[in-house]
Ligand binder design. Structure first.
Ligand code: NDP
Ligand code: BG6
Length: 489
């Protein structure tokens, strides 16, 4: 059993999709594992008027269990109808908090989880402080959902609003990719293995490719998505976080402050593109009709003339000693060939290929070594190397060494939200985005957005089930390279 933690959770947006689909099931997992046992309570809040009983029924549905254990877990849940813009009503929340703190011996520990529209984040944080909900008895932490701003200026304004009420160490900005098992494995792979880390630089690595491919479209989130687009929805946060873990130097120690310091240093050396560079190094796409899939512009809640991108590919360059000259190619999009996330590290070929015999019709040039990190759905690593093939004569052929996490063990892997709630309870900020990381990521992305906003895209430009528009292939082929993962080529 894990060691027990104590806290009061107040969920703002406690009746929303995320709370029911991810947050309450994750808390239940923590309960079953013993991190939460007797000393915790949950207050769900939203404007809807629910009784504690009605709310508990909904929570029970969300965790999908009516066992005795589930019943005990749910008895810790309470509901408070609360409009976050109603300053006076925070006193009612405070009374509930004090009462539950006493009842469950919570020692003043509180986690305020903002799982609602981002335009409310600043308001809630301000009132939590001004109306006296933040106490100095135990810890008071603020967990914030995405998106954190829609550009650098709005993110900065939001951060300044939060900073009036909470210190940076109290703010936990969610990026659920950081809660994924194989994303966390990047550090183990790099800093736990001399054979990897000693080659992890521009002398041996030709390029790195990060692909976050989605098979689904925008589903019922179109009204949010159409104002965001793939660049803001996936690149500014998830992809920039992955890239910074791949690019950073070894932290002094495995602590949140040391890791964040290295990620920030890496992001600071990411080349921020000027207009011409942004136009050349990034491409965008929007899906057309294909099979049973409607074009993006015909999705519910999407304007018929929408120029929102549902696909992005780009090339990132770090101007530092380790990475100068080694590009990081990234891509992500909706309704692509499949749902998967992977990182392909492409090594340089030997400077001299002694196995290519001029004039021989059978000799083939050496293949590149590729280390693939499979993030999801399968989790593991593969290393492609050259070896002598099993024939007479002397020819080389690529062979792949693979390790995949056993699917049975994978089932035991905690969901990202479970991990992140656990980390927030421990006060460990390693797998959350710091303000500095967020700000450098926005500064980079804003330049791309600025260029795109000036030019009319030629949308729609890719077919569902493909790997995006032709321009994404041209982007990398121009550099005499290819995507490692590609369809039928
Ligand atoms: P929903 O729209 O499903 O839920 C919004 C919640 O906020 C509801 O509980 C709503 O209840 C409440 N709310 C709205 N206005 C007020 C108000 N003035 N005062 C108090 N409560 C209010 O949103 P999601 O759960 O989908 O998203 C929540 C957050 O999580 C967002 O920041 C989103 O970007 C992020 N997120 C969501 C994901 C998802 O899969 N859903 C994925 C990744 C991030 P009521 O109307 O009764 O007040
Ligand atoms: C979210 C985006 O942050 O990540 C969604 O808002 C996207 O658009 C989702 O679908 C992908 O997450 P995952 O964990 O399914 O790869």
């Amino acid at each position: 059993m894990a060691s027990e933690r104590s806290a009061l959770f107040i969920f703002f947006g406690g009746t929303g999709d995320l709370a029911y689909r991810k947050l309450y099931p994750s808390l239940f997992n923590l309960y079953q594992k013993g991190t939460l046992r007797e000393k915790f309570a949950v207050v769900g809040t939203a404007r809807d008027k629910l009784t504690d009983e009605k709310f508990r029924e909904k929570v029970q549905k969300s965790i999908g269990s009516d066992s005795k254990e589930a019943e005990k877990f749910i008895s810790h849940f309470y509901y408070e109808a609360h409009d976050v813009t109603d300053k006076a009503h925070y006193s009612v929340l405070k009374e509930r908090a004090v009462e539950l703190d006493k009842k469950y011996k919570l020692q003043g520990n509180q986690i305020f989880y903002l799982s609602m529209a981002p335009n409310f984040f600043g308001t809630v944080a301000g009132y939590l402080r001004s109306e006296g909900l933040v106490n100095d008895k135990g810890f008071s932490r603020l967990v914030i959902e995405k998106p954190f701003g829609r550009d650098y200026d709005s993110a900065k304004a939001l951060n300044e609003a939060l900073a009036q009420s909470f210190d940076e160490e109290q703010i936990f900005r969610i990026d659920h990719y950081l809660g994924k098992e194989m994303i966390q494995n990047i550090e183990a792979l790099r800093f736990g293995n001399t054979i990897i880390e000693s080659l992890w630089n521009n002398r041996y690595i030709d390029n790195i490719q990060v692909t976050l491919s989605e098979k689904l479209g925008v589903e019922e989130r179109a009204s949010y998505y159409d104002k965001s687009g793939a660049l803001r929805d996936m690149v500014q946060n998830h992809i920039m976080q992955i890239v910074s873990l791949l690019a950073m130097e070894q932290p002094v120690a495995f602590t949140d402050s040391d890791i964040r310091a290295e990620k920030v240093k890496a992001l600071r050396s990411l080349r921020v593109y000027n207009v011409a560079e942004a136009a050349t190094n990034f491409v965008r796409g929007q899906y057309d009709a294909g099979g049973k899939i409607n074009p993006y512009r015909e999705e519910d809640n999407v304007p018929a003339d929408s120029n929102t991108e549902t696909f992005v590919a780009g090339k990132l360059m770090f101007d530092n000693y380790r990475w100068s000259g080694t590009p990081f190619y990234i891509r992500t999009g909706k309704v692509l060939a499949d749902k998967f996330t992977r990182v392909d590290v492409v090594f340089k070929k030997p400077l001299v290929d002694i196995f290519s015999f001029p004039g021989s019709s059978t000799s083939k040039p050496l293949d590149t070594n590729v280390l693939t990190l499979y993030i999801e759905p399968k989790a593991g690593f593969a290393l492609k190397i050259n070896a002598k093939n099993n024939d007479q004569g002397f020819q080389t052929a690529p062979v792949t060494m693979e390790y995949f996490v056993d699917p049975e063990d994978s089932k035991k892997t905690p969901e990202p939200y479970e991990r992140l709630l656990h980390d927030a309870l421990k006060g460990d900020g390693t797998n959350f985005s710091s303000w500095q990381e967020v700000s450098y990521a926005w500064k980079f992305v804003d330049q791309i957005r600025k260029v795109w906003d000036l030019q009319q895209p030629n949308f729609p430009n890719y077919t569902p089930g493909s790997m995006g528009p032709a321009a994404a292939d041209e982007l990398i082929e121009r550099d005499h390279r290819q995507w490692v993962y590609r369809l039928n080529k």
